[in-house]
Structures are given as structure tokens and as C-alpha cells.
Write a protein that binds this ligand. Structure first.
Ligand code: ADP
Length: 604
């Protein structure tokens, strides 16, 4: 049972953990996708803006080589390349136009690609005398009429956008006018704005960037042909493109968002083509805030789901607890009902047993009474037969006196006969009362003096028979006790019979019954002059059916029943040796409450 609960707990914990993880991951992933979409939109907006800026930067100078080529000074110089004046005029003109237009440099190449005149003609690092026939902008212009090319200046080392236009005269080419445009202001603006924006050339090499870490790095690995081409064109003169780390591992066709790492930080990158050069405009925004927010949302969702699961588990536990309590309550109720039923059965059984016991006890008491009567039967018979024969003699004498008409004698004989009859009546009445089987009711007020007197009357024949004199010291007006007169009479008869028998068997003749009372109760002492009670007999004195007497009349019930009867009324029975030999039986009885109450009222 406990094992299955533990298994259930483990399963619940696993399910809850999986659920929390799934919710956290799901929410985090959704938030990530949403934020990523937003980020790409922002990058897209940035691309659009930057595209406009780049295009307008180039457009400004689109027609400059053409316009410059229209000037006569340029044509004259190309027609007369030996003329110093023509060259000087062209140089001055180019310098002036450069300063006005804002172009980086302007210069003119002859058909062999050599620079004849340049706006920087008098500056150190001037283009004059340099040959640029290897540059695509020259070959393109010669072939198609114009060209455009971004490169790092071979002479100056400064990057720039080269716009070229072929100058024709009389149907044949004369030379090529070149305008070099400085695009670095764009990168300066991006750098100032902290933008990760850049421009890569047709081969994917970044040549302009707001972040210097991107500059002159290919977007992806370059093949050997491309590297060779770049070197032939000296496009990025002085830069080892082949050794530069590519920005992404993606292919050249990627137009959608790419993830790039810059110095350990991830960026979301988007590209857009710039025509006609086949350039690509790059813009990137850091992914970190997106990831952070996704993680925060995932964490929050996880937390909420933990709380929700916690609340659910709590509710479940509470439900289980309530169910358990209800079950326990029901079990308890059932047990109480079962126990009550069992108790009722027990009570009923006990009541029956008690009734049986009581009946048995009553039988025993009665048996004891009969035993006592049995013990007394000889004396009683004597008690009755003695007055009967006396009565017989008296009545015979009365007959004779009547014949002699001795009236006075007759009357004396008749009164003697009546006295004898009364004596027999009293004995018979006491015996009838004593031997009746009437069960006692509740405790009543008992006059102990009357009880002792009745007991003495009953045992009198026995005493007389044994030659024993029973002395009674029961003061008049003894306080009443609580009990039943017939029962108490039975007790005193038993004790007196034992005392008389013990005294007689010891050859003595004195038994004394004395009653005393104080506030704690009443005591009746029956002292005999027997041989005393030996230790071995004392131990078994109150055992039912224990007797040392050999006569068939003794059942050995007297003392056990006497003690039971006394205890029923709150009394007690004990034995003590009498000084000078013999035994004292001591009966103690509580006073009747009414008597105690009367006493209290008196003293109050
Ligand atoms: P029973 O008198 O029928 O034997 P009891 O219960 O009255 O039964 O007494 C039990 C025994 O206690 C007696 O047999 C007797 O040995 C002893 N006993 C009782 N009273 C006295 C007494 N006053 N003196 C000596 N022995 C006594």
C-alpha cells in the first residue's frame, strides 16, 4: 500500500516536472519566435533605410565622370598629351571640380590606362603617372563606355567607389574619366549610431562597415578563383582576404535571416542586394535581448505552471485528506456502532449472569439458614417438646383440680399453660421469620437492638442445650443502621451459634455480645470462651463450604455468607483472639444516613 503510494508520488513528480519543462520550453520557444520575427522586421526596416542612403550617396556622383569628360580641357589634354599647358589646365580643372562636387578624387586615364591628369596632381601620392589598366573600372569603361568599381586605392590605400566614363572623339575612344567617391561617411554614421550595418561586394567581402570587426571579412569561405580574381584586381590592396575569418557559415544565396557571431555575441543578420554592382547591404541586431526575453517568458511560464501544478496538487491532496477523514469517520462510526452493539450484548449477558448469581446467592443464603436451623434442630425440638410435656402435665393437673373443684389451682394451671403456649408461639414466630425465603428490598432503617434480641431468642435453646450463658450488653437507644433486619439477624445467629458451639466444646459457659456506637459507625462484638481459631483455619475462615465440624449439619457457609451480607450493607466482619482464650467476632456497620444527618443538624 505504502509502496504504491510512493510509486504514485514518483510518477506524479515526473509528470509534473515534464509538464513544467514542456510549458517553459514551449512558452520560451514561442516568445523566441515572436521576438525573432519582430527583430527581423526591425533589421528589415534598417536595411531599407540604409539602402536609400547608399543609393543616394552613389547617385550623387553617377554623372560626374560624364560631365567632367564634356569639358574641352579634358579632351584637349587627351588629344595633346605632350602639351604641358593642356595637362596643367586639365589638372586645375579637375581639382576645382573635385572641391566643388565633394568627390574624393577625379582623374583622367589615357587609352593605356595611365593617369595623365588628376585632381590631386600636386599632392603627395598623386595618381598622375600611375597606370590603372588592371582595374575593372578601366576595362569596363573601355569596353562598354562606363564602369563602376569599389576598391582600396592602390596608390593612396584609401577605399573608394570608382565611377568611370569613356571619352570618345570622332568615333574613337580618347581616354577614361574616373571619379573616386569616398563612402566612409556612411560607415562613420553607422558607427556613430552603433549600427551593425555594412556593405559587401559581389563576392561577399565586406568593404564598408559601421563595425571595424567586420571590415574586409568575407561573409563565407571564398574559393581560390575568387581570391585570385581579387588579387588580380588588387581590389583590397594590402589586405589578406584569404586569411580573414568568414562572418557566417552560410551560402552566398542567403537572403533570409542568418545568425552570426561577433566576438562571442550572436547577431541576427539580413542581407539585401544593391544593383547594379551586385553588392549586398548587411544589417544585424543582437540576438541576446530576444533570447533573454524568451528565457524570461519561459521561466515565467514555468513558474506559473509550477504554481498551477502546486495548486492542483494541493487541491488534490486536500481532496484526498477530506476523503481520508470521511473514511476514518465512517470507520469510526461503524466501530462505535459495533462496539455499542457488543457492549449492549455484554451488558445483557452480565445482567443475566448477575440475576443468576443473585438467585444462586439467595439459594446459598437460604441453604445456610437451613443449615443453621439444622444445627439448632435438636435444641428447638427440645425447646418445643419441653413446654409441650409441661403443658400436658399442667393440663392434666388442671383436669384433676377441676374434678376437685379447686378453682384457684385450675386457674393457676391454665395461666401456666398459656405462658407455655406463648413461649412456643414466640419460638415458632422467630423460626418462621428466620426461615422465610422473602428476598430483601432496598436497605432500610434497622434497630440493631431488636435484631440482636431476635437472634438471641433463636439461639437461646442451643445455648441452653450447650450449657452456655449468653450475656448481652446492648444499650438501649443504639443508633439505627442501614440494612435488612432478617439478613442481619442471620449474621448474628451464625456468629452466636459458632461462639456457643466453640465455648461449649471447650467446656466453658460464657458468651458475651456487646454493642457500641460512635460517629464513625456501630460495632458489635461477640466474645466466646472457645479454643480460639488456629492459624490454618483463620486463613480459610471465609471460604464457602469450609468447616472443621464433623456433624452433618455444618455446611461451612456461615461465615462466607455473613461477610457477603455485611459487605452488601457497607459493613465488615473480622476475627480477633480474646484475651484469656477464645475468639472475638467483630461486626462493624455504618450508621444510617438519616441518623448521621440528624446528628449533624443537632450539632449545627
Ligand atoms: P460452620 O460453622 O458451618 O462450620 P462457618 O462458616 O460458620 O461454618 O465456620 C467455619 C469454621 O470456622 C468453623 O467450622 C470453625 O472451625 C471456625 N469457627 C467459626 N467461628 C469460630 C469460633 N468462634 N471459634 C472457633 N472456631 C470458629
Amino acid at each position: 500500500m505504502r509502496g504504491s503510494i510512493r510509486r504514485q508520488h514518483v510518477l506524479l513528480t515526473i509528470v509534473a516536472t515534464v509538464l513544467v519543462c514542456a510549458v517553459a520550453l514551449g512558452a520560451g520557444w514561442l516568445a523566441y519566435l515572436r521576438q525573432l520575427g519582430e527583430l527581423e522586421r526591425q533589421v528589415g526596416d534598417r536595411l531599407t533605410l540604409n539602402l536609400r542612403a547608399v543609393e543616394s550617396e552613389i547617385e550623387r556622383f553617377r554623372y560626374l565622370p560624364d560631365v567632367v569628360g564634356q569639358d574641352r580641357r579634358i579632351a584637349d589634354m587627351l588629344l595633346e598629351p605632350q602639351s604641358r599647358d593642356a595637362i596643367a589646365a586639365a589638372n586645375l580643372y579637375l581639382e576645382a571640380v573635385r572641391d566643388v562636387s565633394g568627390a574624393d578624387e577625379l582623374y583622367v586615364l589615357d587609352l593605356s590606362g595611365e593617369t595623365l591628369a588628376a585632381s590631386n596632381w600636386q599632392e603627395p601620392g598623386s595618381f598622375v603617372g600611375h597606370n590603372y589598366a588592371f582595374r575593372p573600372y578601366f576595362t569596363d569603361a573601355m569596353a562598354r563606355g562606363n564602369g563602376r568599381f569599389y576598391a582600396v586605392g592602390v596608390t593612396t590605400g584609401k577605399p573608394g567607389y570608382f565611377l568611370t566614363s569613356r571619352l570618345d572623339h570622332g568615333g574613337r575612344p580618347l581616354g577614361v574619366v574616373v571619379a573616386k567617391v569616398d563612402m566612409s561617411p556612411l560607415s562613420v554614421t553607422w558607427a556613430a549610431a552603433g549600427e551593425m550595418s555594412a556593405i559587401a561586394d559581389g563576392e561577399g567581402v565586406v568593404f564598408l562597415s559601421g563595425d571595424p570587426r567586420w571590415l574586409y571579412r568575407p561573409m563565407h569561405n571564398l574559393d581560390t578563383d575568387t581570391v585570385a580574381l581579387l588579387q588580380a584586381q588588387r581590389r583590397y590592396d594590402g589586405v589578406d582576404i584569404a586569411a580573414a575569418a568568414p562572418l557566417t557559415g552560410g551560402s552566398a544565396d542567403d537572403r533570409e535571416g542568418l545568425t552570426v557571431d561577433v566576438s562571442g555575441e550572436s547577431y541576427r543578420l539580413r542581407l539585401r542586394g544593391i544593383e547594379p554592382d551586385g553588392w549586398q547591404l548587411l544589417s544585424a541586431l543582437p540576438l541576446e535581448p530576444v533570447r533573454r526575453e524568451a528565457m524570461q517568458i519561459g521561466g515565467l511560464a514555468g513558474l506559473v505552471s509550477i504554481l498551477a501544478i502546486g495548486a492542483l496538487l494541493l487541491a488534490r491532496q486536500r481532496r484526498q485528506y477530506v476523503r481520508l477523514k470521511l473514511d476514518q469517520h465512517a470507520t469510526l462510526e461503524r466501530r462505535v456502532a459495533e462496539r455499542t452493539e457488543a457492549l449492549a450484548r455484554e451488558v445483557e449477558e452480565r445482567r443475566r449472569a448477575e440475576a443468576e448469581l443473585r438467585a444462586t446467592q439467595e439459594n446459598l443464603i437460604h441453604a445456610a439458614k437451613l443449615a443453621a436451623l439444622g444445627r439448632m434442630s435438636a435444641a428447638i425440638v427440645h425447646e418445643v417438646s419441653q413446654p409441650l410435656s409441661a403443658l400436658d402435665n399442667t393440663l392434666a393437673a388442671a383436669g384433676l383440680h377441676a374434678e376437685r373443684s379447686a378453682t384457684g389451682e385450675v386457674q393457676r394451671n391454665l395461666s401456666n399453660a398459656r405462658r407455655l403456649l406463648r413461649r412456643m408461639q414466640r419460638t415458632v414466630k422467630h423460626l418462621r421469620t428466620f426461615s422465610s425465603r422473602r428476598e430483601p428490598g432496598p436497605p432500610e432503617v434497622v434497630d440493631i437492638g431488636g435484631v440482636i434480641e431476635a437472634a438471641l431468642d433463636i439461639v437461646a435453646p442451643q445455648a441452653r442445650d450447650g450449657g452456655v450463658v449468653v450475656e448481652a450488653a446492648v444499650p438501649a437507644g443504639m443508633p439505627a443502621v442501614s440494612g435488612n433486619a432478617v439478613r442481619l439477624e442471620q449474621v448474628f445467629i451464625n456468629l452466636l451459634l459458632n461462639a456457643i458451639e466453640a465455648t461449649a466444646s471447650a467446656g466453658n459457659n460464657g458468651v458475651r455480645i456487646a454493642a457500641t456506637a460512635d460517629d464513625s459507625g456501630l460495632a458489635v462484638e461477640i466474645a466466646d470462651q472457645g479454643r480460639g481459631i488456629p492459624e490454618a483455619v483463620m486463613e480459610r475462615l471465609f471460604e464457602p463450604f469450609f468447616t472443621t465440624k464433623q456433624t452433618g449439619e455444618s455446611l461451612g457457609l456461615g461465615l462466607s455468607i455473613s461477610r457477603t451480607l455485611l459487605e452488601e450493607f457497607g459493613g465488615a466482619l473480622r476475627f480477633a483472639p480474646r484475651e484469656g482464650g477464645g475468639t472475638i467476632a467483630i461486626v462493624s456497620l455504618p450508621l444510617h444516613p438519616m441518623r448521621t444527618m440528624a446528628k449533624q443538624t443537632e450539632s449545627a
